[in-house]
Each structure stands twice: as C-alpha cells, then as structure tokens.
Design a binder for this molecule. Structure first.
Ligand code: SF4
Ligand code: SF4
Length: 402
C-alpha cells in the first residue's frame, strides 16, 4: 500500500479547478488538495466517521492526476486510505459491502439478475431501490450470463477474446451481444468468452477491499490464460481496472508478470473499432434512418486514466447521417464513479445535474458512451425528462448500423 508523503503536494490548487466533487460542493476538504492535507495526519485508529466520509466522497475519476504539476496520483492515495479505513468506513459501509459482495460473486449476481426480472417489472421507474441496486430504469434486458462456448463451438478461429463486464453480462446483455456482433463483423468470427471470468474488481478496490480486488484480478488472469488472444473490453470502467492489474499485483513477482502479460493483451472497444475501420477503408457503417445529432460522453476512467477520447469521435464522424456535437463546456463527469453514486447519492446527483444541463444546451438526439455505469446513471437522470435524448452504449449504436 502506498505510504502518504505529505511533502509532495504543492497545494497549488490546480486540482480544484477540475474536481467534480469540489465544484459541486465548494468544500476544500473534498478536493484532492484538501483530502491529501487530511491524509498528512492520517491515523486509521483515530479516524472519525466524518473523516471516513470525506475519504469516501471521491469519484476516483483521475481528473486531479491529469493536471497535477507534481504528477501525483491522489486517487491511488485515497484508495490506500480507504483500505486502511475499511473497517470503519462510515454510514454507507453496509450498502457498499452488499454491492461489493454481489459484484465480486458472479453466481450471486446472476441470481440477483434473474430474480430481479419480475421485481423490475413491478418497481416504478424512479424507485430508489433501482438506484440503490444500480439497476437500469427502462427495459430491464436482464438475462442469465452467457454459457461458455468453447472455441470450436462458437468459432473455429476466434481472433479475439471478450471481457463483457458485469453490467453487459448480467443486466444489459444487449451490450455484450452488440459487441460480439461488431467483433465478428471485423474479424469474421465471434470472440471467445471464457466462462471463468468475473467482475473486474473496480468496485471492490474503490471500496477499500484490496484483497478482494486482487482475488478477482487473479481469477480473470487465469480465465484468459488459455490463449494469447487480444482481450476486447467494451466497458470503459472495466478496461481501466483491468489495465491496473500489474499495479494491483505489483507486490507479488509471479502474479505481477502474469498481470503485465494480461494487460498487454487488452483492447479497448472504440480503439478496436477505429483501428479496424482504418485497416479496412472499404468498410462503412450504414447511415441511420434519419439524420441525428450525437454527443459522445467521455467516461472519466477512459479519459483520464487511458487518454482515450479520439477513437469514439473518429468512428462517429465517419458515419453518414450522424453529426457529432460537443457539450458547451466540454466533457463533464456524470457522477457515477463506480460505487460513488451508491455511497454518495446526493453528491452524485448534483454532479450529474451539471452534465444534464450541458446536455440540455446541446440538445442532441442521441447520447452515446462506452461505460455501462455512465450509461445507466445518465439514463436515470433523464428518466423524467419528456424531451430527453436517447442514451445508448456505443456498441449498440454501431451494431444497428452494420
Ligand atoms: S494539483 Fe497536485 S500539487 Fe497541486 S494541490 Fe492538487 S494534488 Fe497538490
Ligand atoms: S479523483 Fe476526481 S473526485 Fe477525486 S479528488 Fe480527484 S478530481 Fe476530485
């Protein structure tokens, strides 16, 4: 676990300009600078519930890291602090524990998903339970996880493996199906989907449960160890977490090497599509039935952690009949932040409202993104807006234009 070095922060305040939580709350203690200052005197045994709450009120979006003149990584320090505080994590600890347990257990998540279908039909669209469970507001699209298909059954020559992530596997199965169709369109074969794969571990690590995150990382590395195929990932948050495995397992020489090999195979969805389009100039997505204005929402995990902002825009610009538009104030955080929207629903809603205002100004026909979490959070925010834009995962948008 990273030690806190109080000397490194210059207290310049550059991070406060970009921090969604600081902008929403106006509280210095909720900026990266403020939290780092609090960590200078960190004693988990003495930490109050209020201290734990402040540590939990971070999206771990990475915006502060992207502008820090000292090249600090404040989110990594907050995760380390949460790990030490895990046993005294404040009033939302039970909720976080329940969610973490579900996300870390594919069998349990599949059971919740299957049991949830009639529940979803009964629950009003704005039910707090839907929000608390992170369930979709519209059209449940809940299904059991895909059964494992051996390479011989699903494809004689798969050239990609696929990591769908929890949402696309258990709750929004159509995202996984759309990704598979696009992968097949470009490679000629459906991707291999190893059954043993599990949650990426982002939720567990965000909640301070590093041991669970490591266990999930090792399970995923083993699940994809049967071949050396590139691993396609259509969820931005999952991709970001999978990329972290070498760092997460850095203290274990054997697993660090495996994690590095695993991370070297990762292939982010929009990057894959943009590269495939470039490699095949004859390929074109079809135009939609009617011309549409589209806004691409940058998931923070992809924008700040991986710097991937160009490929999705390149793809959308290349589609006839789609007009790519940008938000008046540029990309905005949606406030979802892994478990942040569960642990801090009021702050998450405030941050989301800033994005929704920008969307209202841009008034696109369609909002698309590559993060399942952002997708659901934005959909939930727009559920009562009669003039709302359609909000869809990029894979679904593209699959319909094949
Ligand atoms: S930008 Fe970096 S150095 Fe400046 S206050 Fe924020 S964390 Fe500290
Ligand atoms: S990770 Fe995001 S929410 Fe957390 S302090 Fe940095 S900018 Fe603010």
């Amino acid at each position: 676990m990273a030690e806190i070095d109080p000397i490194q922060c210059a207290k310049c305040g550059a991070c406060t300009v970009v921090c969604p939580v600081f902008q929403a709350s106006g509280r210095e203690s909720l900026s990266a600078r403020g939290r780092l200052h609090l960590l200078e005197h960190f004693d988990p045994a003495q930490a109050s519930a209020a201290y734990a709450e402040i540590l939990s009120q971070c999206l771990l979006c990475g915006a502060c890291s992207s502008v820090c003149a000292r090249s600090l990584d404040p989110p990594a320090r907050f995760i380390a602090g949460r790990e030490r505080l895990e046993k005294t994590a404040g009033c939302h600890v039970l909720l976080r524990a329940i969610t973490r347990k579900a996300l870390g257990n594919p069998a349990l998540l599949a059971t919740i998903a299957s049991l949830g279908h009639p529940l979803l039909d009964l629950l009003p669209a704005d039910s707090g339970l839907r929000l608390r469970l992170g369930l979709p507001q519209n059209g449940p699209a809940v299904s059991a996880p895909p059964s494992e298909k051996t390479p011989g059954e699903q494809s004689r020559h798969p050239t990609l493996a696929f990591f769908p992530g929890c949402y696309a596997t258990h709750l929004h199965r159509e995202i996984g199906a759309a990704t598979e169709r696009i992968a097949a369109a470009f490679t000629g074969n459906p991707p291999l989907i190893p059954k043993q794969q599990c949650c990426c571990g982002l939720a567990a690590e965000n909640a301070g449960d590093t041991n669970a995150a490591k266990r999930l990382a090792r399970q995923n590395i083993l699940a994809f160890a049967g071949d050396s195929l590139p691993i396609l990932t259509s969820c931005a948050s999952c991709y970001s977490q999978l990329c972290r495995y070498p760092e997460l397992l850095a203290d274990d020489p054997e697993w660090r090497a495996k994690a590095q090999a695993f991370a070297g195979r990762l292939l982010e969805f929009s990057t894959f599509v943009a590269q495939a389009m470039e490699a095949d100039p004859a390929f074109h997505f079809a135009a939609p039935a009617t011309a549409r204005t589209v806004v691409y929402h940058d998931p923070c995990h992809l924008r700040f952690r991986s710097g991937i902002t160009g490929p999705p825009r390149e793809i959308l610009r290349a589609i006839p009949g789609l007009r790519l538009s940008e938000l008046p104030n540029g990309p905005q955080c949606c406030g979802q932040g892994g478990l942040f929207h569960l642990a801090q629903p009021e702050l998450a809603a405030t941050i989301r409202s800033r994005l929704l205002y920008q969307l209202e100004q841009a008034a696109p026909d369609l909002v698309t993104t590559t993060c399942s979490g952002c997708l659901i959070h934005i959909q939930q925010g727009l559920v009562h807006d009669p003039a709302r834009s359609e909000v869809r995962h990029l894979a679904i948008v593209l699959a319909e234009l094949l």
